[in-house]
Design a protein around this ligand. Structure first.
Ligand code: FMN
Length: 208
């Protein structure tokens, strides 16, 4: 069985405007992919390990090309657990509202934990090599405002950042479904934009 890991970075559960679109993706994905299982990682319900000095020290040991020394292994147990869960997936669905022009802090925390040398990327004579190969990813975002115009595009630090970090670790096939504006133009526009996003999400889910 293959596995789709659904990483959820909104605390709003049933009220979530982003999850409405991700659920449309899953409604189309599930019946079309009998050989896949679904695992959810709800970042607001996880006790993500803090990046203490030992955990950060470990990153520098790995960056120098050495293995983790025994005294850091225990501090790294949780990190390795999260890395293994991430790498055990064959595909990813990410649900992330825009928060302050970027991503919610729990998603940044998660990325700071899992994006580690030796596991998700490595340095080679030819530069950086991402190690998360042959995986597909759909990233569903929603935003209170609208960041598609020439004047507002530069404020969107969410899609460019997510594209950069996941490309850096080797994911080549990334599709975005952005719903916008969710809050700035009233409920009618919101519902219409969500419906359009759900249609795109359904078609991506079906042919994932
Ligand atoms: C802490 C916080 C920060 C936000 N920052 C922005 C922002 O910078 N730009 C924007 O357009 N919307 C912003 N919003 C609005 C959300 O992006 C929008 O309501 C989104 O649809 C919420 O998704 P959700 O219902 O799935 O949580 C913010 C919302 C919160 C709670």
């Amino acid at each position: 069985m293959k596995k789709l890991l659904h990483i959820i970075a909104t605390p709003r559960e049933d009220e979530s405007q982003t999850l409405r679109v991700s659920n449309a993706f899953l409604e189309a994905f599930t019946p079309a992919h009998h050989d896949w299982t679904l695992e959810e990682l709800h970042l607001f319900k996880e006790a993500l390990p803090p990046l203490t000095i030992e955990r950060v020290d470990g990153k520098y040991v790995l960056l120098s090309g050495k293995d983790l020394p025994g005294n850091l292994k225990e501090a790294w147990d949780d990190i390795i657990g999260h890395i293994n869960k991430f790498l055990s997936a064959d595909g990813y669905l990410i649900t992330a509202p825009m928060w302050n022009f970027s991503i919610p802090y729990v998603l940044k925390h998660y990325l700071d934990i899992i994006v580690q040398p030796k596991y998700l990327f490595r340095y080679t004579a030819n530069g950086v090599e991402g190690l998360v190969k042959n995986r597909k990813m759909v990233i569903v975002t929603s935003r209170g405002g609208d960041y598609r115009s020439a004047e507002t595009r530069a404020f969107d630090h969410q899609e460019p950042y997510l594209k950069t970090i996941f490309t850096f670790v080797g994911v080549e096939d990334i599709a975005f479904v952005n719903s916008q504006p969710m809050d700035a133009s009233g409920p009618q526009v919101r519902d219409q934009k969500i419906e359009t996003a759900c249609a795109l999400a359904r078609s991506l889910g079906e042919k994932f």
